[in-house]
Ligand binder design. Structure first.
Ligand code: SF4
Ligand code: SF4
Length: 94
């Protein structure tokens, strides 16, 4: 079994999508182990103190419990979780 994989469709949520993560934040709010991080993109910014382009990144998929709350709470179906090995499962099962 591979590791848990979490993908965000940035065409749905992100600077080019219809959803701005700063106005939603649902995945960040529902995820108990705090897998996601919201941050400005690494692209050049006209003003580094007022970055315009923000995305959500699943930076810590290893702690994902595959609860599915982020998937069901995302209003634009931008999140896909492929459950696999995670620290949570290793702790529970072995
Ligand atoms: S499936 Fe659950 S634990 Fe995993 S990223 Fe989504 S909300 Fe967090
Ligand atoms: S729940 Fe979906 S739309 Fe909302 S910030 Fe997370 S990925 Fe973006």
């Amino acid at each position: 079994m591979g590791k848990t994989k979490i993908k965000i469709d940035y065409k749905k949520c992100g600077p080019d999508g219809k959803m701005d993560p700063r106005e939603c934040r649902k995945c960040l709010n529902v995820c108990d182990p705090a897998v996601f991080l919201m941050h400005p993109t690494l692209e050049e910014h006209p003003d580094p103190y007022n970055p315009e382009k923000w995305v959500v990144t699943p930076v810590w998929p290893d702690v994902c419990t595959s609860c599915g709350k982020c998937v069901s709470s995302c209003p634009v179906e931008a999140i896909k979780v492929s459950p696999g090995e995670s620290l949570y499962k290793m702790r529970m099962h072995g």
